[in-house]
Design a protein around this ligand. Sequence first.
Ligand code: SF4
Length: 344
Amino acid sequence: MRTIFRYNRFMSNNLSKLLLNWYEKNGRDLPWRVRGGAHPDPYVVLVSELMLQQTTVKTVIPYFHRFMKRFPTIQSLAEAPLEEVYLYWQGLGYYTRARSLHTTAGIITDQFGGRFPKTRKEVLKLKGIGNYTVASFLALAFNRPETVIDGNVTRIICRLYNLTDPINEITDLIHQKAEALTDRKHSADYASAIMDLGAVICTPKKPRCLLCPWQDFCLSKGRENLENIPFRKKTNKKEKNGFVYLVFNDKNEIFIRKRTEKGLLSGLYEFPWSEEKLFAEATNTGLEVSHIFTHIKLSLHICKLSVNTFPGSGKFIPIQELSSYPFSTLMKKVYQKFSANLVP
Ligand code: SF4
């Protein structure tokens, strides 16, 4: 038993060394990344981690630069109005992250006196920080011995150990394997390294096994159906349809309203929409936009309506002011499609 344990420890150490060596030569240079330990500014780590949730590195980079230029410190972010934060987040989607980041900036400045929390218990008091982000924040900002497990890491671990059962049935096993591999003394670099391995080598499609530092130990290398690992049971997205109204008054101003502070796309502006057709007098333009949210595919028919008053809260604004308000990607798509087709 003891021999097996020693062997496993030896293997894990070896694998993490191989990965760190690979990272030293091949790791990506990213604007929020340093090498050789923790980042000197935890704020940079916090912003990038929130932005990277559900979004690719390539998409995040320009948003990150713009955001950091406008909000270079946690204090500047805490003092800014939420609506302005939304404007700088516009296009990244998943706006609850922007709200969480803003709330977190307030908590750090008010409750922690501007000091960044360094323990799991404290970090969990922040907003929008789940288990994955706690681990990556503590590893990257403070080199704490945390194991980062996201979709990338899950894929690599399943392939490395040839774990082919549905991943929701083997989460504990994946965690154990990932933890055993983590280099606890170099957790910041290890976290970045395994992310890069998943992003550029052990990719979902066409993994580049011949360039992989773990190829000699991988139990799946060469398998015909490698792309099917990890195995995820499919869940069907619900489909919803509805109508969105571009409402103009006599002055050719457009009606917008703010969503409630809770729920999907909360706090953002939108054009009125509903799953039912509400206004018989509205012209259906024949245009349609679709957007996929986490669990729903929503398709909206674009309708045009000319009235001078509109029920409910909201306001008419000049069209050229639309860019001053934060809109969801779906609503931006609606207006872009409408204006591109210039419906009279
Ligand atoms: S050898 Fe291939 S499948 Fe295995 S970990 Fe490396 S890239 Fe992934």
